[in-house]
Ligand binder design. Structure first.
Ligand SMILES: Nc1ncnc2c1ncn2[C@@H]1O[C@H](COP(=O)(O)OP(=O)(O)O)[C@@H](O)[C@H]1O
Ligand SMILES: [Mg+2]
Length: 477
């Protein structure tokens, strides 16, 4: 019974039983007191009816002995402690001791009928002691209070016992179940050993609701997992689209070299100037270009291989591979990289980091190509600080508008034209960094100076803890 409601209930039960008990004790005692007092008065009054006529005869006969015996008999009665007779001539006869408190005093006139006329011949005073009655009442009160307290305790204890068994225990079990509920044991339903089998019992209804909530949760998790899978798929497709654009770029030059070389062979053959040296020269040019084409295809193929195992890899290596995949478009658009990359190894999926870098660099490129009359830069800093690896990528494209900067990591958020933007890139990058690399991806607009010119741009920062355990659970996208 650690919870407060149980304590409150017990306190209330005690309080209510105490009030009820007190009232019932009061009523019982008052009734007893009134009954006893009544019977007391009745027995005293019966003296007047039954005894006084006998006394009147003795008094008339001036039989002092009989009067004395009469008085002694009266006082022998357990209640009467004093009896006194005052005769008409002021002569008094008394038996017993007088007391001042806790008494009832009764006065009876003693009369004699002579010639049909009533004559007063004296007065009888009787004093009865109430103390024995009070004593008896007191012991009754004590026994009543005692039995009522025991009754109250028994009732309260049995209420507490049943409350604990029927209510508190199942509720505590439910609380424990709710506390321990996690993704791993979500399939385990809540079971309460309810003693009553009634289907519409409150606890059964509550248990049912918790289980329904659990089932709904499982459904929603499955749905959101499905959504995430779709997003991951879409993001890979989007990346692939951008890659194909790059392949086309990178292939343009070797392909045109192959075409011009082939036309060279044809032309030289037609004018009869094709000797062995020229054939060797032309074929090696064609073979080299073909090798180049095949190499670039291998780079892209590697990137799209599914993730297998986490491993240690150099961040500089991940950047090299990213540049191989993207370089041509950046060179074509006159975008320069200012690199300052420390030689640091981290643990994880290299391809995933490359995917994040491609997303950030492509976004920077998309903004930079809209800039005219300025040099275009992307600054890359990789360094180690406070046990964290920081990767900072900053451009000088003017930054992100304040009204949207908080939304750019949302899925499907894009400011680009439908044919250009999907809005998945940064969402997926943030998922990869936070869920798979246990790191943090953040963005801010920065003002800075480079080569004596002031610029503004967006700075993306990836912070990964270097102590990330090697044996951590593998999570696939
Ligand atoms: N370097 C940047 N400079 C300015 N805006 C950016 C930059 N990087 C991203 N953004 C903004 O973030 C939005 C979301 O980017 P992203 O999730 O990659 O989707 P997409 O590139 O398909 O629009 C972009 O549409 C753009 O408005
Ligand atoms: Mg993008």
């Amino acid at each position: 019974m650690q919870n407060k409601i149980s304590y409150k209930l017990i306190f209330l039960i005690f309080l209510i039983s105490l009030v009820v008990t007190s009232i019932s004790v009061y009523i019982q005692i008052k009734k007893q007191y009134e009954n006893q007092l009544n019977s007391f008065e009745k027995s005293l009054n019966s003296i007047e009816k039954n005894q006084v006529p006998i006394l009147s005869q003795s008094l008339w006969n001036i039989d002092d002995l009989a009067v004395n015996i009469f008085l002694k008999n009266l006082v022998n009665n357990e209640k009467v402690i004093y009896a006194e007779i005052i005769e008409n001539d002021e002569k008094t006869i008394s038996v017993g001791k007088i007391k001042k408190i806790n008494i009832i005093k009764k006065e009876f006139e003693i009369e004699k009928v002579i010639d049909s006329k009533i004559h007063k011949i004296g007065e009888l005073i009787v004093i009865a002691d109430l103390a024995p009655m009070y004593k008896e009442l007191k012991s009754n009160v004590i026994s009543i209070i005692f039995t009522e307290i025991i009754k109250m305790l028994l009732i309260s204890l049995s209420i507490i016992f049943f409350m604990k068994k029927l209510l508190t225990n199942p509720l505590e079990k439910m609380a424990l179940y709710a506390n321990q509920l996690s993704l791993e044991n979500l399939h385990k339903p809540l079971k309460i050993n309810n003693t009553t089998k009634a289907k519409f019992n409150e606890l059964n209804i509550l248990t049912e609701s918790i289980n329904t909530m659990r089932v709904n949760l499982i459904k929603q998790i499955n749905q959101s997992e499905e959504k995430n899978n779709i997003l991951a798929q879409q993001s890979k497709l989007a990346a692939m689209g951008e890659m194909i654009g790059n392949i086309a770029h990178q292939w343009r030059q070797p392909l045109s070299l192959i075409t011009t070389t082939a036309s060279g062979i044809k032309l030289n053959y037609e004018i009869g100037a094709l000797d062995k040296e020229k054939v060797d020269n032309y074929t090696s040019k064609i073979i080299n270009s073909a090798y180049y084409l095949s190499d670039t295809i291998d780079d892209f193929k590697d990137f799209f291989k599914p993730n297998k195992n986490k491993k240690y890899f150099k961040i500089s290596n991940a950047f090299e591979r990213t540049f191989t995949l993207l370089n041509s478009q950046f060179i074509n658009n006159n975008i320069s990289f200012i690199k300052n990359i420390e030689d640091i190894e981290i643990y994880g999926f290299e391809n995933e980091l490359i995917q994040v870098l491609i997303n950030i660099l492509n976004n920077a490129k998309d903004e930079l190509i809209n800039k005219k009359d300025q040099k275009l830069f992307i600054f890359i800093d990789v360094f180690f600080k406070d046990n964290n690896v920081c990767i900072c990528i900053k451009d000088n494209a003017g930054g992100i508008e304040d009204s949207v900067i908080n939304r750019i990591f949302e899925p499907y958020f894009t400011t680009k034209h439908q044919s250009q933007g999907t809005g998945i890139g940064l969402y997926m990058s943030e998922e990869i960094v936070s869920k798979h690399m246990k790191g943090k991806l953040s963005v801010q607009n920065v003002d800075f100076e480079y080569e004596h010119i002031n610029y503004k741009g967006a700075e993306f920062k990836i912070v990964i803890n270097k102590n990330e355990k090697k044996d951590q659970k593998l999570e696939d996208i």
